[in-house]
Design a protein around this ligand. Structure first.
Ligand SMILES: [Zn+2]
Length: 70
């Protein structure tokens, strides 16, 4: 009986990890696809970076923290 519980537990765990991981990945990919076109110019160095990765501060986008500080 205990053996069955362990097997079921392992299967449930693998299943849970699989199910939990898969939609997360596809959702992120979809997110990346939809946001791929959204590029913003860094206020400091004028490099274009994805909106996802840009830092918004005082109404301006920055590509990284060093641009934000400098
Ligand atoms: Zn920059």
């Amino acid at each position: 009986m205990l053996k069955y519980l362990v097997v079921i537990g392992v299967i449930a765990f693998v299943y849970f990890v699989f199910i939990k991981k898969k939609p997360l990945k596809s959702t992120k990919k979809q997110d990346d696809d939809t946001k791929a076109n959204e590029m913003v110019e860094c206020y400091k160095c004028h490099i274009y970076c994805e909106l996802d990765e840009a830092i918004l501060s005082n109404g301006h986008y920055y590509c990284c923290e060093s641009c934000l500080k400098g």
